[in-house]
Design a protein around this ligand. Structure first.
Ligand SMILES: [Zn+2]
Length: 454
């Protein structure tokens, strides 16, 4: 669908051709295009004085009267010599007094025209918000409106009565620049967010106008113009954002939306990552980190705790050793000692997690014993890594160089994986190879980002 920059480009080209020319006759070959077809004859003999644009609408101004034209999905204009051959998609032929004709072609037939005697009547009918690239002056009004809307942010920005001119391509680009997710409820955004949206709209639409729009499908090539803004797109139809993060896509209100889950990472959710022993949690955390997400590794924090002299003293008093392997053996067979050790280490780790995750962005926290230690309260959502028991035993034997029975004993000392899976919000299957697991992570990120506001 042609958006504001494409329609503006059409306007500029047609303006250089049509001003001063008069209409000699009109062939209306598909009547529904012209909403008030009885007015077609009013246009005969009229002279083009100006062409204006409001949002995605063209307004042809004559010495008397105004013709409103909306290209909708596929509408195109051709300005050409009278002998130019017609095809079945050319529905309105406007003959001009210089041997040329203006052809309106529309494969989908969704475009509409309407003739008005006065600009006032036309404006009353349009009910358009301010043009998206000029809307900064209206920020207070728009903020009041946005606060009343529970629509997904993207759907509201596509509503032409809110702001005019944005379509599916530029909305994705604007929201990337404003670092906001398209599926967040509109009434959740702050005044600063709205300012960022309107500033991004201005920057993006103005640059797109200079570049004569985006040629994903050619709207203006019929007039001999090719848009170049597709070279500036950051997320729409892209695989990676400019910072190299993987783009995800999902549908909002039937429109495919392209999102960078790292750059557009509001709101600040804490996602716990847990699962079976040797289920690949630390690998997943590494992948998330290379993708650009903020991550917290609680195993690292446990190691840190062992370096704390107070903690080390307490451990030494309890076990008469500080050797981790020895301690692991002792607590594996001694429930009371295990609890005492946890009472020494957990407060340190929990405080660190709280401190590190108190940030205004999405953060993933690897907590192996999240359920066992009842740490659900530290996170907003939980992802559980899952794999079949046989595979878990195999990996654990390999990782810790232990036999099958001992591996099983270790596994059975935790809450059963099937229980954890039930308690989790999302599950990543890690039974396949690493490449497959990576794909599964991406799917969960997609689900997570999409489901955040569901
Ligand atoms: Zn990004």
């Amino acid at each position: 669908m042609p958006e504001l920059p494409e329609v503006e480009t059409v306007r500029r080209v047609l303006k250089t051709e049509l001003i001063g020319l008069s209409i000699t006759s009109i062939d209306l070959l598909y009547e529904p295009i012209f909403e008030n077809k009885e007015a077609v004859t009013d246009l005969i003999g009229k002279t083009y004085k100006d062409i204006l644009r409001k949002g995605k609408y063209l307004i042809f101004c004559f010495n008397e009267g105004f013709l409103l034209s909306h290209l909708r999905m596929e509408g195109k204009y051709f300005y050409t010599l009278e002998d130019y051959p017609l095809n079945k998609h050319m529905h309105v032929i406007i003959h001009l007094n210089n041997g040329y004709k203006l052809i309106y072609q529309d494969v989908r037939k969704f475009g509409r025209m309407h003739y008005y005697k006065t600009l006032e009547e036309l404006n009353n009918d349009l009910e358009l918000g301010p043009d998206a690239n000029l809307a900064l002056d209206d920020i207070d009004d728009l903020y009041l409106k946005i606060k009343k809307s529970k629509l997904p942010l993207k759907s509201l920005l596509l509503d032409q009565s809110f702001i005019a001119g944005l379509g599916n391509i530029y909305v994705d680009e604007v929201l990337y620049k404003a670092k906001l997710l398209p599926n967040m409820p509109a009434n959740m955004i702050s005044q600063l967010d709205l300012k960022n949206i309107l500033e991004a709209s201005k920057e993006i639409l103005d640059l797109a106008i200079i570049n004569k729009g985006t040629t994903i499908r050619s709207y203006t090539s019929s007039l001999g113009v090719t848009g170049n803004y597709q070279n500036y797109l950051n997320v729409h139809t892209k695989d990676k954002c400019p910072l190299g993060h993987d783009i995800i896509s999902f549908k909002i209100g039937g429109r495919t939306s392209y999102v960078c889950p790292v750059c557009q990472k509001k709101p600040a959710l804490k996602i716990g990552l847990t699962g079976g022993i040797a289920s690949g949690k630390s690998n997943v955390l590494k992948v998330l980190e290379t993708w650009g997400f903020k991550v917290i590794d609680s195993d690292k924090l446990v190691k840190e705790a062992y370096n704390n002299s107070d903690i080390l003293n307490s451990i030494s008093n309890l076990f008469n050793t500080t050797d981790k392997k020895e301690i692991a053996e002792i607590i594996f067979n001694d429930e009371v000692k295990r609890k005492e050790l946890e009472n020494i280490i957990h407060p340190y780790v929990i405080n660190k997690i709280k401190e590190l995750s108190d940030i205004d962005e999405l953060v993933f926290i690897d907590i192996p014993l999240l359920f066992e230690a009842k740490l659900e309260y530290l996170v907003d959502k939980i992802i559980c890594m899952s794999l079949p028991l046989e595979e878990e035993i195999l990996r654990l034997c390999k990782r810790d160089n232990i036999d099958k029975d001992y591996a099983l004993k270790k596994i059975n000392s935790q809450i059963p994986l099937a229980e954890k899976v039930k308690l989790a919000d999302y599950v990543i299957d890690s039974s396949g190879d690493f490449k497959q697991t990576k794909e599964n992570i991406k799917e969960v990120i997609k689900e997570l980002i999409y489901g955040i506001y569901a």
